[in-house]
Design a protein. Structure first.
Length: 183
């Protein structure tokens, strides 16, 4: 019986060692599984955070783009209004009553006629300009009204056309008019 006891002791000891090894293996497997689950949850959370950040960034870009497009449309509308006002002023000036046109040409000549020797006007005003001044009439120009006065050799040319005056006034008053119209 001594040998049987030794064999049984060895078997018991082997069973105990196998059980310990199995328990240790199960603990290690559980730890590996827990670690894998934690890593998967972290990856999922990180991915979710990244997706949310991308969505927020995209929304912000879309809002900025929409705001910019809105400003562009508003500026274009304002420009259209200002262009319309300019065109209305141009049409009003080009269709001045003859007496008002004559008084404006006379005022320009009274103020600036002594600054030159030659003069130009549009076709409509040619006869009137020749009657109003002794300056040499040099020809007709394409303008809505007004005059161009030159010195003897043409080196100095003064633009008193209504087009030029309107452009100067428009340029000088664009900001104040825009502020009045659009606040």
């Amino acid at each position: 019986m001594g040998l049987e006891n030794v064999v049984n002791d060895i078997l018991e000891q082997a069973k105990t060692e196998v059980a310990a090894i199995e328990a240790e293996a199960q603990d290690e497997a559980a730890a590996i599984i827990d670690k894998a689950k934690n890593e998967a949850e972290k990856i999922l959370a990180d991915s979710k955070t990244e997706v949310e950040a991308n969505i927020q960034r995209r929304l912000k870009q879309e809002k900025s783009s929409a705001k910019l497009e809105s400003k562009r449309a508003a500026l274009n509308a304002k420009k259209d209004v200002l262009d319309s006002v300019y065109q209305s002023a141009r049409e009003a000036i080009s269709s001045l009553p003859p007496d008002k046109n004559a008084s404006m040409l006379k005022a320009i000549l009274d103020e600036h006629g002594s600054e030159g020797a030659r003069i130009y006007s549009n076709t409509r005003d040619t006869k009137l300009v020749k009657e109003l001044t002794d300056l040499t009439f040099m020809g007709e120009i394409d303008c809505i009204g007004g005059l161009i006065i030159e010195n003897d050799d043409g080196s100095v040319r003064l633009d008193y056309t209504f087009d030029g005056i309107l452009d100067d006034v428009s340029e000088q008053t664009l900001k104040p008019v825009s502020d009045i119209l659009f606040g």
